[in-house]
Design a protein around this ligand. Structure first.
Ligand code: ARG
Length: 465
């Protein structure tokens, strides 16, 4: 229980090591080992800069660089032994370095602290996570655009309040998601731009008296500039919050698409069929084809939003500059990144393989009086009715059709005339769902001609092709 008998890792000030439970709550190596590549890259850049500035000798510096290279290889090769007693990735690497190169290793931490080190590592990691989100989002957009192109003229019911509202084209509906994911990519790029400042050299919080070159380390690590304020540099986790916010909004978008897939696979819809590769069976009901992946993507939004909420609460009212609280930033970031990558890949696979049922969609569009607005518009254009009056008259026609149990275009002209005397058989042209969508040519509208152009535009804007 007590730390007596354990060796102290903190040097002269300490006589005993930590209690077991202290080690358990304090250590982050079980999760921050994931930062090893960033940590070693940061150490290499720092070491090279210390040599250039004459702060450490070339002999020591080169020994350190060689040792770091070996440690990288050991970790990649699975032979590195991570030790909890050494707390975190930074101390694990440093301890191994001293075994490999002796006392020279002790010079690496000159003008550096774990506070700026971890902030730098995590920024690099978030940067990579953002880049991988962008690639995955582009794949999903490409899959959606391909289907949209095949279905520029496929008619389906467009919904408001989950009720058939007006006929739309499937291509148009799918391109709505392409826009959403396009905004996600915009947020990814924006987040990356702001995150790309280098904390290294802020040291514990106050900077250092050593003549370090922060611009050199920042640029060696691919950052746009060193962060301007050393206190902010070690205490700021906005870049993680922004990453999680971007991720939470993206997860919400994915959950909306996932929900539509679940719905469209359901009885009463059957608008889409998922491939065997993206369906699951039931252990008892042999007929079932369940959209489990879509349901899981729908659910993952919960943990991603949870990660954002969790970290917001960790940071709330946290005083400057560094507190160990900040160690709690990593697990939510890692978990959200993993969940997002998995969700995006599963969604892309599902969408790429999906087969849409144009027949079922058209039949659903023809039900439910979805062309009632077209009828009202016809009355405005041909009988010069004010729209409100046309709306009212159309409502009465719909009520009549409903009572008869028929579609609007199944009412006879004579019967329509009992409600709207001036109506003529030109009206039947607008009552078909095909003509309805064809007529929606306003900018951003659902007409097949528009969607055809929108597909080309989307390819250019989002895929650069
Ligand atoms: N493992 C720590 C973290 O993740 C590294 C920084 C530790 N700094 C300190 N002053 N104890 O935040």
């Amino acid at each position: 229980m007590s730390g007596k008998g354990k060796s102290a890792i903190w040097g002269g000030r300490f006589q005993s090591g930590p209690a077991d439970v202290m080690e358990a709550i304090n250590a982050s190596i079980d999760f921050d080992r994931r930062l090893y590549a960033q940590d070693i890259a940061g150490s290499r850049a720092h070491c090279a800069m210390l040599m250039d500035k004459g702060i450490i000798s070339p002999k020591d510096g080169n020994a350190i660089l060689a040792g770091l290279g070996q440690i990288h290889a050991e970790i990649e090769g699975g032979t590195f032994r991570f030790k909890r007693a050494l707390e975190d990735i930074h101390m694990n690497v440093e301890a191994r370095l001293s075994r490999l190169v002796g006392p020279a290793a002790g010079r690496l931490h000159t003008g550096r602290s774990r506070n700026d080190q971890v902030a730098t590592d995590l920024r690099m990691w978030v940067r990579e996570a953002l880049d991988s989100l962008d690639l995955r989002l582009a794949r999903l957009q490409a899959a959606l655009i391909d289907h949209a192109e095949r279905h520029v003229a496929t008619v389906m019911p467009g919904f408001t309040h989950s009720q058939a509202a007006q006929p739309v084209t499937l291509g148009h509906h799918l391109l709505a998601y392409v826009e959403m994911f396009g905004r996600d990519r915009g947020r990814v790029a924006d987040c990356r731009r702001r995150a790309n400042e280098c904390p290294l050299g802020a040291v514990a919080l106050a900077g250092t008296a050593f003549p370090i070159d922060r611009r050199a380390t920042a640029s060696a690590l691919g950052f746009d500039r060193p962060s301007a304020n050393s206190i902010d540099a070690v205490s700021d986790r906005d870049f993680v919050l922004e990453f999680l916010s971007v991720g939470a909004i993206l997860a919400v978008h994915l959950s909306r698409l996932a929900e539509e897939i679940v719905l469209w696979c359901a009885d009463g819809f059957r608008f889409v069929r998922l491939s065997d590769a993206f369906s699951t069976g039931s252990s008892i009901m042999p007929q079932k084809r369940n959209p489990d992946a879509a349901e899981l993507v729908r659910a993952k939004a919960g943990r991603i939003i949870g990660a954002l909420t969790g970290l917001l609460v960790v940071l709330k009212a946290l005083p400057l500059a560094y507190g160990k609280d900040l160690q709690e930033d990593k697990e939510p970031a890692f978990d959200a990144a993993d969940s997002l990558a998995l969700s995006l890949d599963a969604m892309s696979g599902m969408v790429e393989d999906a087969a849409f049922d144009a027949e079922a969609m058209r039949a659903a569009a023809a039900k439910g009086y979805a062309t009632a607005t077209d009828l009202a518009d016809w009355l405005v254009r041909n009988l010069n009715m004010p729209f409100r009056k046309a709306h009212e008259a159309t409502g009465r026609l719909v009520r009549r059709a409903e009572r008869r149990g028929c579609a609007l275009d199944e009412l006879s002209l004579a019967e329509m005339r009992t409600i709207v005397p001036g109506i003529d058989d030109g009206v039947f042209a607008v009552l078909s769902v095909e003509n309805s969508v064809k007529s929606r040519t306003s900018f951003g509208g659902t007409a097949p001609a528009n969607v055809r152009r929108a597909v080309q535009a989307a390819r250019k804007r989002f895929l650069g092709t």
